[in-house]
Design a protein around this ligand. Sequence first.
Ligand SMILES: [Zn+2]
Length: 342
Amino acid sequence: MTYKFQQLPQLVDKRGKLPSKGSYNKRAKGVKSITTRVWHHSLTKLSAGGSNIVAFANFHVGTNGWPEIAYHLIIDPNTIINGKAVIYYSVDISKRSYHVGNSNTIGLGICVIGDYRTDKLSKPTIASIIELRNALIKDGIGKYDKSHNEMPGYSWKACCVYDYNKAFKDILQTIAPGATQKPSLPPDLYTIQEGDTFWSIAEKDGPAGITVDDLIVANPGVAPTKLKVGQTIKLGKSQHAYTPKPGTPKHPQSVYKYPLPSGVLKKGARGESVHQLQAALAAVHFYPNKSTKNNGVDGIFGADTENALRRFQKVYVPYQVDGVYGQNTKEKFQAVLKSKGY
Ligand SMILES: [Zn+2]
């Protein structure tokens, strides 16, 4: 059957065409079990390179280990069709995708790309929000609209931060960021729900936010890549656990114990800069090859080094797990080395 929302001219069907490994399970009671249209934003700035559906799919599948991208529908303000933001249909609505923990069974996941703590909803975006919602209502898909942080267990989360109710009503007015009430303080402890990762739990680097690094520092006994449903982690108390002290004087990287090379390095590269990268990886315990005498620090960027770099990126640069050393990885690496006292 074809729904009305599928006939919107700005909708592009991406089902089965995005990076995946397998498929979500079908909703046991079918599409009629959807009660709530859950509104998200991607928390990635519209201007950032990784703000696109392929990057999200790679992250959700490759880093989080989910079968497919998290959201059923994604509105992308960076691509306009006939004056309206494109709507990607990315996961069939009959499937129970991972976007809102224990409420996945009843939730339809709709994500607007952007970080609306600072980005603003554009008119083409608001037009697509309204048209998509109206079509879903006509199709009988969901009874309520809620933001991610109005769902049980997520009141502390900065998602979404645009005023979706206002978007439904007012197409003409550009909506200011931060229009909804401030999220409440996170609880001290948090219980892992299905589909959670440190990255999805963290509120990225806002002034009051919890970062992935905060979570790692506050939960030394927890392996970020092996979270189990029902496991309890420290949340509120992790706030700023990692954040480096302000006012640290800026030295050129070369005066540090592990200077980081500049430029781009990938598999096949050789020489001093590769050696520097490998030494830095080993210093933060991402050894290129632990079974050799010098931990695989040999100046040759081969499969082991690529693997070590990917493991580093998985934890610290999860939007760019590509095994290639470049500017984003370098900046994060400098922060990590500094935080460890190097
Ligand atoms: Zn969300």
